[in-house]
Write a protein that binds this ligand. Structure first.
Ligand SMILES: Cc1cc2nc3c(=O)[nH]c(=O)nc-3n(C[C@H](O)[C@H](O)[C@H](O)COP(=O)(O)OP(=O)(O)OC[C@H]3O[C@@H](n4cnc5c(N)ncnc54)[C@H](O)[C@@H]3O)c2cc1C
Length: 348
């Protein structure tokens, strides 16, 4: 039954890329198939899938439609932090609607992790309000689907360096969500800056903090994680599946398709073993290998598709553009260094 969802997502993926609109239809389908419930605890109306099940679903969704998979990860990043918070009232307010798919929530946290780290001033500054709560000002550079979200799980920094994470309603006075900037790929994710001008946040909208290094708190604390690798592996599988099909009638492609199939199977096994608590490799090493594979596999698919694959509307060209995302998405310094060394053929 769930295969029907993947089939429909796959069928619409090129159209979504060309039309560059928010994947409202795709998210509606996800809600109908109960996808949002997989990631939410049972007590809030979810199905509370374990990490292996979640990663298996990310593998399948990214293989079908990278945009939908990516948008889902940003919703899930917000969801994880709400679930991990001790703010019971906020959890009760937000999570049931998130489980049913009626409420879309996203994250604006990169300015605390992988973006703007070289700047002296924090991107979003928080000051204490007299009557409790905080006032926020600044610009967070990357928020996926902000304009289509009811709230943003957002980080901000106090003058003493402590940080907060709050669930900021997007309709609050002083919040300005951009419509989405044109991107190399995934433009339909409607990712853009969010500007805040003296935005008031109530004390009961705080998820974590104030504390130093707020992103290290709770189970949803770290940025990136195995889901990023799952999406890279899922996209690689789509490209390798295409190569496998082509190889059935073009014998010169057989060796390449077999080698890449072997590599992707190995990475998938390692990913799922990590989810089971085994450690065949370090997560960061898996991420580096997944990055390398998705770039190579998608380009191999394009080479096999030849000039036809370079035309707009062909899967192979789109997969190549989507694969470039893994060079910049949630890339901690060791992953970035590994990518640069591989590109320069330098030993890391
Ligand atoms: C499509 C897309 C969607 C995203 N969605 C989200 C989201 O929903 N939520 C979220 O929180 N994040 C999101 N991100 C953010 C992402 O995870 C990374 O944080 C982001 O890609 C980091 O890139 P940056 O350009 O902001 O990095 P920065 O490090 O801020 O680099 C910006 C520029 O500064 C310069 N620079 C970099 N380092 C230095 C230095 N040391 N000295 C001097 N100059 C320097 C470079 O010229 C660089 O181009 C998204 C990113 C993309 C591309």
């Amino acid at each position: 039954m769930i295969d029907e969802l993947y089939r429909q997502l796959r069928q619409r993926s090129n159209e979504l890329d060309i039309e560059r609109r928010w994947p409202a239809q795709q998210l509606k389908l996800c809600a109908e198939f109960g996808v949002f419930r997989w990631f939410v605890p049972k007590v809030f109306g979810g199905l509370e899938w374990n990490e292996r099940q979640q990663l298996e679903s990310y593998l399948a969704i990214s293989q079908a439609c990278m945009t939908t998979a990516f948008v889902l990860t940003q919703w899930n990043a917000a969801c994880k932090r709400i679930v991990a918070s001790t703010n019971e009232a906020l959890r009760n307010r937000l999570l049931p609607g998130m489980a049913s798919g009626e409420v879309f929530t996203t994250v604006g946290i990169s300015h605390l992790t992988t973006s703007r780290q070289h700047l002296a001033q924090p991107a979003i500054q928080a000051s204490l309000r007299g009557e409790g709560g905080y006032v926020l000002s600044g610009v967070t550079p990357w928020v996926t689907g902000a304009r289509f979200s009811q709230s943003i799980v957002l980080g901000a920094t106090l003058p003493d360096g402590r940080q907060i994470l709050c669930a900021l309603p997007t309709h609050r006075a002083g919040v300005d969500c951009g419509p989405g900037v044109p991107l190399v790929a995934l433009t339909s994710s409607c990712t853009d800056e969010v500007h805040l001008e003296h935005v008031e946040v109530e004390a009961d909208e705080i998820l974590f903090g104030p504390t130093h290094h707020v992103m290290q708190l709770g189970s949803g604390g770290a940025s990136g994680g195995l889901q990023t690798s799952a999406l890279a592996i899922g996209l690689a599988k789509a490209a390798i599946g295409y190569l496998g099909e082509e190889a059935k009638r073009r014998s010169e492609l057989i060796a390449v398709a077999h080698k890449l199939e072997h590599d992707v199977q190995l990475l998938q096994q390692q990913l799922l073993s990590l989810a089971d608590g085994e450690s065949p490799v370090q997560p960061i090493e898996l991420r580096q290998q997944a990055n390398s594979l998705v770039l190579r596999a998608t380009q191999a698919a394009l080479a096999a598709a030849k000039g036809t694959g370079y035309k707009q509307g062909h899967d192979a060209g789109r997969w190549c553009r989507e694969a470039l995302f893994f060079l910049v998405w949630s890339c901690p310094q060791p992953v970035l260094n590994a990518s640069l060394c591989e590109l320069a053929h330098l030993a890391p």
